[in-house]
Design a protein around this ligand. Sequence first.
Ligand code: DP6
Length: 329
Amino acid sequence: MKKIFKITALAHPNLAFIKYWGKKDEGLNLPANTSISVNLSNLYTITTIEFSEIFSSDQIKINQEENQKEILRVVKYLDLIRKKAGINWKAKVVSQNNFPKAAGFASSASGFAALTLAATQALGLNLSEKELTILARLGSGSACRSIPDGFVEWKKGEESEDSYAYSIFPANYWKLSIFALFLKTSEKKVSSSEGHRLASTSPFFKTRIKKIDKKIILLKKFIKERNFVNFGNLIENEALEMHAIMFTSRPSLIYWDEKTIKLIKFVYELRMKKFPVYFTIDAGPNPYLICEEKNEKNLLKELKKINSIKNIIINYPNSGAKIIKKDLF
Ligand code: DP6
């Protein structure tokens, strides 16, 4: 009898309120700073993995494609997990997002979080949540924040073992509505991994890092108090700060396009009309708008007026990665 170990996991991408931009150690994905995020309920990746001694090579399919660059990244990561488990069986992996990948919607975060959980369980590694986050981080830095529940802090740490993520508030702590706005869904030309390398070339990077721990303390205070206006102002300013680092890197990195700027101005106009809504943007042109759940319907009504928005997915803070019963193959 051949042994078969097959597991499926689901993970949500996370949206950073304080961004991870710049690494202290590229090989280990040790970040230059601590970051804070929340898991997004209606975006997800499902990954099924099967290890078997009869497979002669890894077979990896992500969103029905076989992209060589991505396959190499996953195989390298699987090698790490196989080494940890002391098992060298090859694997079949099928992974599916319910959203476009690499358009600034953190697909590597949910992808590596789901893969970490599924692969470690399939190989019988019984890891704690902290250990899972450390391992996921080695796949993609931000993936560590998709493992724990709700609002999550990723401590930068000094070395691999103390750079991990943990929940700071459960998903139901604050009823926020987080609108993922799809303006452009084509894959970005510069990956965030490449972008991280440029961060320290910005003359403003050192200043950012010097001030960021204070920002972390403030953000946690505003979430704790559920102070939406202070929270919104802080996260919006933080997103602009990260993009300012990108703009002023050498070479510069501009993920926005005209539609992004239009959306930013639209948010400013709404606030002039006393509508409490704020934006944040990751490494892509697509913004996220955030309001309190009580204002969700009105915000949706306002956004219906803008025809550059191709699709809107409304999210709520959500739990972390989990095992599910529905296999993809
Ligand atoms: C802009 O986690 O994708 O989304 O560690 O190289 O895989 P790697 O980078 P990645 O970077 C995410 C950058 C960001 C900000 C954030 O999520 O904090």
